[in-house]
Design a protein around this ligand. Sequence first.
Ligand code: AMP
Length: 284
Amino acid sequence: MSIALVRTVDEVRERLSLVRREKRRIGLVPTMGALHAGHASLIEKAQSEGVFTAVSIFVNPLQFGPDEDYQRYPRLLEKDLEICERVGADLVFAPEAGEVYVSEQRTFVEVTRLGDHLCGVFRPGHFRGVATVVAKLFNIIQPDSAYFGEKDYQQLCIIRRMVQDLNFPIEIVPVPIYRDADGLALSSRNVYLDQDQRAAAPALYRALMTARRMIEDGERNADVVKQASGWILAAEQRLRQEYFEIVDPVELQPVSEVTEEVRIAGAVWVGKTRLIDNVAAVPR
Ligand code: AMP
């Protein structure tokens, strides 16, 4: 395998300083591994922009709650390396937790307001963990651009805002959600689903698309839209709705009357697996 696998901060800095000396721009694709076609589309986007593409693979303990799946999160480095090589990444940075958190972290990045709704309500501390590790990765890699999937829309907004507020000289590039044929957004957690659960999971996407269609067809009352989508989720007995919200696309605050573009976002539990998804909607 010819792709460079780098395990330490010192080595990745050394290698990237050579890349910078050649006047190449550096793009970062931060991931937690267990890569799939959604991640590949981020790498391909970076490649299409001609940047030296560094993929980080790091299951970040700081963003998992005590009852969440940090221990059992899929770790598949060999397969991930093959995917990175196949789609043309230039380097994989896959540090151990002790390399990133050398001593107990005392300094954190907290983005206020944008985490007050959606996943932020149900995963306290999650976005603080995400923003902190992404800030660390930005300082380690010092990329010119970084690629984030719209799949994690709240994360994308929070990172965009962090870059603006803390003056990181990094362009944040959003990448559309990559879906299976039945609409289910690809996720590393989809491997947890058994056959029945997998069959039930696309109901979330159907609920989101129903909401989008209602808004496009002129429905302005967010409660009416959410109620109709709620019925679709409730009809699928293997799903349990965690939240289903209609928010403004920048500050992520719930809207009651849809007069401008919104994001519709939902989270559901299928057995012990939590799935999230979202779509944009523009009223007529
Ligand atoms: P993760 O490994 O789940 O932390 O995701 C790493 C990056 O890949 C994040 O920016 C995600 O938003 C993005 N991503 C994950 N799944 C998808 C998908 N189905 N489509 C597009 N981007 C995705």
